[in-house]
Design a protein around this ligand. Structure first.
Ligand SMILES: Cc1cc2nc3c(=O)[nH]c(=O)nc-3n(C[C@H](O)[C@H](O)[C@H](O)COP(=O)(O)O)c2cc1C
Length: 337
């Protein structure tokens, strides 16, 4: 058993957000250790997609390092890329606590964090000292109090600050914890949003920087097809699928009743696997290779990551499995190639 395995029962006895804060406190100290390893990824693991060469296809999904505070540590663990954020243009506290729940027996997380963010200014400043050799994506969202009709202004405000400091941008229109956000996935709302962002990208001289769109797993197959056509026609660079699900049907009884008792929020981890895969397969079929897709959602092992890449995904991201399996999961997945 590794160190994380030994400490797991203790960690899981703590309130989830306390455990998260403790891990980040320790992680921040570890980031300044001179003996932090620098993994060398063999050439066979390298992936070139959307104009960037990733040292390994495995990345850390958005939402864990919202403020880009632990980048040297993620690199040392062996991630090829990290998606920081979601970053909102102005700072906001997120939803009241408790807002994060773990169900270790099922490898399941329920969260309604609601974009707790230090704001784009603070995060952009921190990114100026980011480590080399790690690809960093900036995941952007809107502030809670911004009305839906002004969403584009928020994404643009965050983009202006974050885009110059990162390698790619992901537009998050799929978090279930900001009221109305997912409505931006409707083609009539998506089209002006993507056009507005691409105009800004051009104005800032960042035409070559990838712009991705992160989607929810709760869309009907025909909606996914329609989104693909809007995305391809707009000229954005790729898709990330998926975010967390609102569908409690992915959890079987008796756990489902316990999950429902915790209230609102998005589900992630193993119970999301089949649903996220079905969405990805539908998207890949509709894309027909026209844009690359980053797989995310319920990936819990080297086999899961392999399956997602074999399905046709360009890269894969994990979040929940890292919490349950611990940091050694990253090198296990990388070693399996
Ligand atoms: C606690 C928590 C917070 C998250 N916050 C964000 C976020 O801010 N932005 C985002 O795009 N996705 C966020 N996600 C979603 C993850 O990036 C990922 O899409 C989802 O968890 C599915 O992957 P997984 O099953 O490997 O966890 C969050 C997930 C969790 C568990």
């Amino acid at each position: 058993m590794d160190l994380y395995g030994a400490l797991r029962p203790l960690i899981f006895r703590l309130d989830p957000e306390t455990a998260h804060n403790l891990a980040f406190w320790l992680g921040e100290r570890a980031c300044s250790w001179p003996w932090l390893p620098t993994p060398e990824h063999p050439a066979a693991l390298h992936r070139t997609t959307f104009g960037l060469t990733f040292p390994t296809p495995l990345g850390l999904a958005a939402g864990l390092d919202k403020g880009a505070t632990l980048l040297p540590l993620w690199k040392a663990l062996g991630f090829g890329h990290v998606e920081i954020g979601t970053v909102t243009p102005r700072p906001q506290p997120g939803n009241p606590k408790p807002r994060l729940f773990r169900f270790p027996e099922a490898g399941l997380i329920l969260n309604r964090m609601g974009f707790n963010s230090e704001g784009a200014d603070v995060v952009a400043t921190r990114l100026r000292t980011r480590p080399a050799g790690l690809i960093v994506g900036g995941n952007l969202g809107k502030n809670k109090e911004t009305p839906e009709r002004l969403a584009l202004d928020d994404y643009r405000a965050a983009y202006r600050l974050i885009a110059p400091q990162v390698d790619y941008i992901a537009l998050n229109v799929s978090s279930p914890n900001t009221p109305g956000l997912r409505n931006l996935q409707a083609p009539e709302a998506l089209k002006p949003l993507l056009e507005g962002m691409l105009d800004l990208r051009k104005d800032m001289g960042l035409e070559h920087q990838p712009l991705l769109l992160k989607l929810a797993p709760d869309l009907a197959p025909e909606d996914l097809d329609a989104i693909v056509e809007v995305a391809v026609a707009s000229g954005i660079t790729g898709l990330i699928a998926t975010n967390t699900t609102l569908d409690r049907g992915v959890v079987a009884e008796p756990l489902r009743t316990r999950v429902e008792a915790k209230g609102a929020g998005g589900l992630s981890g193993l119970p999301l696997k089949a649903k996220a895969r079905a969405v990805r397969q539908r998207l890949l079929g509709a894309l027909r290779g026209r844009l690359p897709l980053v797989a995310c959602g319920g990936l819990g092992s080297a086999e899961d990551v392999r399956e997602a890449l074999d399905d046709g995904a360009a890269l894969a991201q994990i979040y929940s499995a890292l919490i349950f399996e611990g940091p050694a999961l990253v090198s296990r997945i990388n070693r399996a190639g």
